[in-house]
Write a protein that binds this ligand. Structure first.
Ligand SMILES: Cc1cc2nc3c(=O)[nH]c(=O)nc-3n(C[C@H](O)[C@H](O)[C@H](O)COP(=O)(O)OP(=O)(O)OC[C@H]3O[C@@H](n4cnc5c(N)ncnc54)[C@H](O)[C@@H]3O)c2cc1C
Length: 465
């Protein structure tokens, strides 16, 4: 654990809250989480002159990309699905020698090098979990932590601002099928899936057509005795390469033309029809929506293994019985293992739900998915699901957060306009497509629309000299 900023600044228990001592950290900003988003937040806040204390419940940086972490949902075969130039931080490129779609171990090494290059580790308190973030006077925050094992005493520090970067891909979204409890086969959520050991020689049902569900179905195709892949609807499956280029780079080139949405959709439909073909031939349902209306699925192998008969596409699950699963249409199958690739939900258990204006389904209402109306010194970083890589967006998002916090001090009049914008902009979507109503799309953004919006925000938050 690092010592520098913390010990030298801790002045003792100068304040009290509910009979507990509160250590005042002055103008320091607290960052929660040292995954990609937390690291970018520390770096950019430091560049804008802030002292930073980051708390990380694990013992290393990297978040989901550190697959040894308790809550990392990354599995042995995970490779990026967004290509390298669209995934790297703009101020810290990945090595030229790396492939278009690096393995997860390289992503971890990249984030570790990023932390070292910008000397971020001295600001991080590893093995320390944030358990409560509560309002204090003057728009400041009391952050209570304890050691991640759940042992040890709780300690509370008072901060000028808090940036939440706790990730949204770790808390499983569990489906509620009738009869699930009585099923005697093995059921795991994709978050527990690490490698094919679980699948080898078994009859496997994978539920869910997200990128993880498709990846696991492909792994089952190569190791299981049988693989059924259940999806609720037909989807557009993009290959990793189109005309020899990573698919997201082709998509970006199309977006750069600034064509109307309908024309872009027509172009992509045509491209996919020509490259992937008509998937109904393979027994997959016809998509019931246009491209861009669901999160892109990027997988070159799924159709290949369906064509080989190693994956059997099946419709939605209706109910479970003690040894079987009934599918829509009445067919009954008998899997030994069921993998629920049903996604994740965001969780902010250390914050009162009203702070992020979280609705009954758990969805927060923020401006630019980052700024909190009514709590100007609280921000969220990385709550994004783009059609490209996350890191460049998080980089500019955290620059905007740092600029905003600085502007509040240096030019409060200029900052006022943005406070109003937070309220009017809260909950706005950053994609023109009519997205399917699903928690999977809560944070979906078109990366060019979102980056343009961030650019406008950065201009408004330009520091006053
Ligand atoms: C299988 C998979 C494949 C993916 N593929 C891609 C891809 O191809 N391209 C892409 O751009 N993105 C991809 N992603 C998305 C990925 O989540 C982001 O790239 C990015 O790593 C998110 O970083 P983050 O810091 O926001 O969250 P995380 O990586 O989840 O980090 C959050 C950190 O906060 C810590 N934390 C949480 N709660 C607390 C607390 N209470 N106290 C202290 N610490 C806490 C956690 O321990 C963790 O280290 C993929 C994700 C998965 C799961």
């Amino acid at each position: 654990m690092s010592t520098s900023t913390y010990d030298s600044n801790e002045t003792g228990a100068t304040l009290w809250r509910d009979g507990r001592p509160v250590y005042d950290r002055g103008d320091t900003v607290c960052v929660i989480g040292a995954g990609a988003s937390g690291l970018a937040a520390i770096k950019n806040l430091r560049e804008y002159g802030f002292g930073v204390d980051c708390y990380e419940r694990e013992t290393g940086v990297g978040g989901v990309w550190n697959w040894r972490h308790d809550r990392s949902p990354v599995y042995a075969s995970t490779h990026l699905i967004s290509s390298k130039p669209f995934t790297q931080f703009p101020d810290y490129p990945m090595p030229d020698s790396w492939p278009d779609y690096p393995h997860h171990s390289r992503l971890l090494s990249y984030l570790e090098r990023y932390a070292d290059h910008f000397d971020l580790r001295p600001h991080i308190w590893f093995g320390t979990e944030v358990v409560r973030v509560e309002r204090a006077e003057g728009e400041r925050w009391d952050v209570t932590t304890r050691s991640a094992g759940g042992h040890g005493v709780e300690r509370t520090h008072r901060y000028a601002a808090v940036v939440v970067a706790n990730g949204h891909n770790w808390s499983p979204k569990m489906p509620s099928y009738e009869g699930l409890e009585e099923f005697t086969g093995k059921i795991v959520h994709a978050s527990e899936y690490k490698d094919t050991t679980l699948l080898r020689g078994k009859r496997v049902l994978v539920i869910g057509a997200g990128n993880t569900g498709c990846d696991i179905a492909v792994e089952a195709a190569q190791s299981a005795a049988k693989c059924w892949h259940s999806t609720r609807r037909g989807y557009w499956y993009a290959p990793k390469y189109l005309r020899g280029r990573p698919a997201d780079q082709i998509n970006d080139a199309v977006l750069a033309l600034r064509l109307p949405l309908r024309l872009r959709q027509w172009l992509l439909h045509r491209t996919l029809r020509l490259s992937v073909g008509d998937l109904t031939r393979f027994g997959l349902p016809e998509p019931d929506h246009k491209v861009y209306e669901t999160h892109p699925i990027v997988n070159s192998q799924l159709v290949y293994y369906i064509g080989h008969g190693a994956i059997t596409p099946v419709p939605d699950v209706v109910r479970f019985r003690w040894n079987s699963v009934e599918l829509a249409g009445g067919e009954e199958i008998e899997p030994d293992v069921v993998v629920l690739a049903t996604g994740y939900l965001p969780r902010f258990e250390f914050l009162a739900p009203d702070l992020l204006d979280v609705d009954g389904s758990g969805r927060p209402k923020l401006h630019l998915h980052a700024f909190v109306p009514g709590a100007p010194t609280l921000a969220v970083a990385g709550l994004l699901q783009p059609d490209s890589g996350v890191f460049p967006l998080v980089h500019w998002q955290t620059v905007a957060i740092a600029r905003w916090l600085r502007l509040r001090e240096t030019a409060p009049h200029k900052a006022e306009a943005f406070t109003a914008e937070m309220v009017t902009g809260a909950g706005r979507r950053w994609t023109r497509a009519n997205l399917k109503d699903s928690s999977r799309h809560w944070f979906e953004v078109n990366h060019t629309d979102y980056l343009r919006a961030l650019q406008r925000t950065l201009d408004k938050l330009e520091p006053v000299t």
